[in-house]
Design a binder for this molecule. Structure first.
Ligand code: NDP
Length: 480
C-alpha cells in the first residue's frame, strides 16, 4: 500500500509521530493508501525550512523563479494521465473530468503566475516639484496555504503558484481526504529543481495541521479555501495576530433562467452547472429559478436529460458522475434530501444513494437529484449541500427573483440566462455575488478577480489580485 510522505525542506519524510490516516477510494469504499497524521511538530519543521529558504528565494531574480515554475508546468503536463487517475481515485471524480479540467488547470495556474511575474508593474505618484512616490511590492515571508477536497490539485496550485512566484515560501496543507496529487506534486517539485524549503507540504487533519498553520506566529499570511465555518475559525484565531487573510468559502449559487434565453444552450449548460463533479464545485448553481412561462417546459426537459446521466465507475468514460468524496459527505447530502421532503419538496428524479454492482457496491454514489415545491427561504434552499442536488423555483418578475437569489448568507457566483442585453446588465448589477456568468458557466479567465461576498469569503484570488495579496506594498517618498 502506498504511503504518502510530507515534503519538508526539499525531502519526502515521515511524520514525526510516525502515525498514519487511512486514505479511502470513494469509488470502492476501500482503503488504498496511508496519509501522514502530522501535528504541530511537523508544521514547525516546515516553518523552519520555509523561513530559512525565504531570504534567498525572495531575491532570486524573477526570470529564474519563472523558469523553475515553467519546469513544474512541463512535468505536470508530462504526468497528466498519472495525475488524473490519482485525482479520480482519491476524490471519486470521473477520470475524464480530471484529465479535461483539474490537471490542465493546475498546469495553467503555474504557467499563469510564472509568466505574470515577468509583466507585473508598480505605481509612482508624483507631487509636482515636491516629491516622487514609488511603490515597491515585497514578498511577505512564509505563507500558509490550506485547500479543500473538491478540486484538489486545481485549488492547491491556485494558491501555491502565486505565493511562490511572488517570492514567498510556503507551508501548505491539502485536504486530508484528497492528499494524493499534492504528494505527486512534491515529487514533481523535487524533479523540477525547486530549491529546498520554498514549498513544504504537511499532510494531516485540519484540526491538527491546519490549526497549527493558522496559529503559527511566523506565518503572517494565510490563503484558505474551504467551508464557511472553518473560515470563521481561521479568522478568529488569525485576527489578534493581524495576519493577512484570503478566505474563499462556501456558496449557494442561484441560476436564473429568463423565458427569453437560448433554451437549448441554457439546458445543456445547466446540466453541467448542476451536476459537474457530482455537484461538488463551490460554483455549481444549486438553486435554479425559472421564469414561470417556461417552467413546465424546462422541468420536463431538464428532468428527462438528468435521468440520462450515468453514475458509476469514475474510470469509465461513459459515466457523467463518479463517486461522492466520502461516506460522511454522502450521508450529509442524503440528510439534506430527507430534509427537503420534510420541508414539503417533491423529488422529481434521483433522491437516493446510487447502488453500483460488483467491485463498486461499497462505493459512495448519489443519483443526480432535482427537487421542486420548496419555499425559497427554507433550509434546503439556504444551506450549502455541495452535492448533485438542485431545487427548481418558478418566478414572475425580476424583482422577485433578485429577492430570492440574494436571500442567502452566501454570495459566491450566479448565472443569468437571457438574450436581452439590458436585462443581463441590470440583473448582473443587482446580484449580491462575486462572480456573475451571463449565458455561460465556469468560463474562467485567470486574470479576473475571483472570490465571494457576504459569507462566501474575504478577499480575491486570481490575476494580479493574488500577486498583490502575496506581497506587501511599500511607499517610498523622495523629496525632489
Ligand atoms: P473544510 O472547511 O472542512 O476544509 C478545508 C481545509 O481546511 C481542509 O484542508 C481542512 O482539513 C482544513 N481545516 C479544517 N479545519 C481546520 C482548522 N480548524 N484550521 C485550519 N484548517 C482547517 O472544507 P471542505 O474540505 O469540506 O471543502 C468543501 C467546502 O469548500 C465547501 O463549503 C465549498 O463551498 C468550499 N469551497 C469554496 C471554494 C471557493 O473558491 N470559494 C472552492 C471550493 C470549495 P481536513 O480536510 O483535514 O479537515
Amino acid at each position: 500500500m502506498l504511503t504518502i510522505k510530507n515534503y519538508i525542506n526539499g525531502e519526502l519524510i515521515e511524520p514525526i509521530a510516525k502515525s498514519y490516516i487511512d486514505n479511502y477510494n470513494p469509488a470502492t469504499g476501500a482503503v488504498y493508501s496511508l496519509i501522514p497524521d502530522s501535528d504541530e511538530r511537523d508544521v514547525q519543521l516546515a516553518v523552519t525550512a520555509a523561513t530559512a529558504a525565504f531570504p534567498s528565494w525572495s531575491i532570486t531574480p524573477k526570470n529564474e523563479r519563472s523558469a523553475i515554475l515553467i519546469r513544474i508546468v512541463q512535468l505536470i503536463e508530462k504526468n497528466l494521465e498519472k495525475l488524473a487517475i490519482a485525482e479520480s481515485i482519491d476524490n471519486g471524480k470521473p477520470v475524464w473530468l480530471a484529465k479535461m479540467v483539474d490537471i490542465p488547470r493546475a498546469a495553467s495556474n503555474f504557467h499563469f503566475y510564472a509568466t505574470a511575474i515577468l509583466h507585473d508593474a508598480t505605481e509612482t505618484h508624483t507631487m509636482e516639484n515636491t516629491a516622487i512616490n514609488y511603490t515597491v511590492r515585497q514578498p511577505i515571508g512564509v505563507a500558509g496555504c490550506i485547500s479543500p477536497w473538491n478540486l484538489p490539485l486545481y485549488l492547491f496550485t491556485w494558491k501555491i503558484a502565486p505565493a511562490i512566484a511572488s517570492g514567498n515560501c510556503v507551508v501548505a496543507k491539502p485536504s486530508e481526504i484528497t492528499p494524493m496529487t499534492a504528494f505527486l506534486l512534491s515529487e514533481i517539485c523535487i524533479e523540477a529543481g525547486l530549491p529546498k524549503g520554498v514549498l513544504n507540504i504537511v499532510h494531516g487533519y485540519g484540526h491538527k495541521v491546519g490549526s497549527a498553520i493558522t496559529a503559527h506566529p511566523h506565518i503572517p499570511i494565510i490563503s484558505f479555501t474551504g467551508g464557511t465555518k472553518t473560515g470563521a475559525e481561521i479568522a478568529r484565531v488569525a485576527a489578534p495576530m493581524f495576519k493577512k487573510l484570503s478566505l474563499e468559502l462556501g456558496g449557494k449559487n442561484p441560476n436564473i433562467i429568463f423565458a427569453d434565453c437560448d433554451f437549448d444552450k441554457m439546458l445543456k449548460t445547466t446540466i453541467n452547472s448542476s451536476f459537474s463533479n457530482q455537484g461538488e464545485i463551490c460554483l455549481c448553481g444549486s438553486r435554479i429559478f425559472i421564469e414561470r412561462s417556461i417552467y413546465e417546459k424546462f422541468k420536463t426537459e431538464f428532468v428527462a436529460q438528468t435521468k440520462k446521466l450515468k453514475v458509476g465507475n469514475p474510470a469509465d468514460d461513459t459515466n457523467r458522475l463518479g463517486a461522492i468524496v466520502s461516506k460522511q459527505h454522502m450521508e450529509k447530502i442524503l440528510s439534506y434530501i430527507e430534509l427537503s421532503k420534510q420541508e414539503g419538496g417533491s423529488i422529481l428524479c434521483g433522491g437516493k444513494q446510487a447502488l453500483i454492482a460488483g467491485e463498486f457496491e461499497k462505493g459512495w454514489y448519489i443519483e443526480p437529484t432535482i427537487i421542486e415545491g420548496l419555499a425559497y427561504d427554507c433550509r434546503t434552499n439556504q444551506e450549502e449541500i455541495f452535492g448533485p442536488v438542485v431545487t427548481l423555483t418558478p418566478f414572475d418578475t425580476e424583482e422577485e427573483v433578485l429577492k430570492m437569489a440574494n436571500s442567502t448568507i452566501y454570495g459566491l457566483a450566479a448565472t443569468v440566462w437571457t438574450e436581452n442585453l439590458t436585462k443581463a446588465h441590470r440583473v448582473a448589477n443587482d446580484l449580491h455575488s462575486g462572480i456573475v456568468w451571463v449565458n455561460c458557466w465556469l468560463l474562467r479567465d485567470l486574470r479576473t478577480p475571483f472570490g465571494g461576498v457576504k459569507s462566501s469569503g474575504v478577499g480575491r484570488e486570481g490575476g494580479f489580485e493574488a500577486l498583490h495579496f502575496f506581497t506587501e506594498p511599500k511607499n517610498v517618498c523622495i523629496k525632489l
